[in-house]
Design a protein around this ligand. Structure first.
Ligand code: SF4
Length: 407
């Protein structure tokens, strides 16, 4: 059985091609026959993409504009995959977190992160810095997920079960890598979230290093971008990486999506301490790959910067950051560390966060501060899974906080 969500529209058309029939009384050439059969298969594939991804129909028998023979074939050969929701929690700020169980009983997380209209406005005011502390406002409490309430609904999805990159501030990193996600497991996270909310953006910032699962992520992106399917725009799909430099270069050659870099430090010494990947590809190599990344017009690379108290939050860091990203069309997303019981790292004080942001703004960078979302539902990457004890190594997480020494 093939999973529907692992197929591009072109893959599906190729599977349907042998089933195509042309009725013609007139004699037609072999090329013309071939052309008609291919066109028919493509048309059927498009119809099926509409049924599944735009009308959310999961029963082949209900796809009434397909022939009975085709429906019977689909039933026998292709399965529309569904994820089994183990838990779902909605926080007071609207963040909605899902814990899914896979067929082999492994678990992964996805999160819907809303940006409220008021929050967007608040961030814009913080950009201009006209209002003291504006970026801490803007939280809106809502039980609903309809687009009238939110300017943006971002699906944060996972690409692996666990992660091999071992970033020190990340709970998923502590859990280690279990396995890569298959294409259908990646696409179906978005498919399931779209069933409950009008998702506008996708970020690969859940569990896992997406570029470590390169081929599956690229193909999943192709499916997500299909305008007859879930129809996301390339600007609204962002792959976030900890810095696998050769894969960044390959990504730019293979598919047109937005890029985010989890930077988090301004010196190699500092970055290697919190992100082991930096020992393989240092900041200079990483930024060179960013400079060469093919960006369309008006597009920018996002640099994610987790602010860790006493580690990377000084004004000297801000100064080095300005220097590092100079010449790269970019925006800086400052993320005050989301404290959790398994970590010794701490969130900087609000005044420190504000000074850091102000320095970047004063030096003509776009710098936003991500409001910490969903604290009441453990929205930081890997937290829900770990607390529920479904993660490999979740038992290690209990000891980890004591073992970690911050230098
Ligand atoms: S921050 Fe991302 S890349 Fe680093 S360990 Fe966590 S999930 Fe992996």
């Amino acid at each position: 059985m093939i999973y529907f969500q692992s197929l591009t529209q072109q893959d599906l058309a190729s599977l349907l091609r042998p089933l195509s029939r042309v009725q013609s009384k007139a004699r037609i050439s072999t090329e013309e026959l071939e052309h008609k059969l291919t066109r028919q298969a493509r048309y059927r594939a498009k119809q099926i993409f509409h049924w599944v991804y735009q009308r959310f129909q999961t029963d082949w028998d209900q796809m009434t504009d397909l022939s009975q023979d085709l429906r019977a074939w689909l039933k026998a050969h292709i399965q529309i995959f569904r994820l089994n929701s183990l838990q779902s929690h909605q926080a007071l700020d609207g963040t909605h977190k899902f814990l899914w169980s896979l067929e082999d009983s492994k678990t992964i997380e996805s999160v819907i992160i809303p940006a409220a209209l008021r929050e967007k406005n608040a961030q814009e005011s913080s950009k201009a810095f006209s209002e003291e502390g504006a970026f801490f406002s803007g939280r809106v409490v809502s039980e609903t997920m309809d687009s009238d309430h939110w300017s943006r609904l971002t699906a944060c999805i996972s690409s692996q079960v666990g992660c091999a990159m071992a970033c020190k501030f990340c709970l998923t990193g502590v859990q280690g890598l279990d396995r890569h996600l298959a294409i259908h497991e990646i696409v179906t996270q978005v498919y399931e979230l779209r069933r409950v909310a009008p998702i506008t953006n996708i970020v690969f910032m859940g569990m896992g290093e997406p570029l470590h699962n390169f081929e599956n992520v690229v193909k999943a992106c192709q499916i997500l971008l299909d305008q007859d399917g879930l129809a996301f725009s390339k600007r609204k799909v962002t792959v976030s990486t900890s810095g696998l430099v050769p894969a960044i270069e390959e990504l730019g050659r293979r598919i047109d999506v937005s890029l985010a870099i989890s930077l988090n430090a301004t010196t190699d010494e500092q970055r290697s301490r919190i992100m082991p990947v930096n020992r393989r590809w240092n900041i200079e190599e990483l930024l060179r790959a960013c400079r060469n990344y093919p960006l369309g017009s008006h597009r920018r690379i996002t640099f994610e910067y987790v602010l860790l108290k006493g580690m990377n939050d000084s004004l000297e860091d801000a100064e080095r950051l300005v220097h590092l990203v100079r010449g790269i069309p970019s925006k800086i997303n400052l993320i005050p560390f989301n404290e959790h019981s398994g970590s010794d790292f701490r969130r900087p004080q609000d005044s420190v966060i504000r000074s850091f942001q102000r320095y970047l703004l004063d030096h003509h960078l776009t710098a936003t501060v991500r409001i910490s979302r969903g604290r009441d539902i453990l929205a930081a990457c890997g937290q829900l899974r770990s607390i529920l004890g479904t993660a490999r190594g979740s038992e290690r997480h209990q000891e980890w906080g004591q073992g970690l020494t911050r230098q």
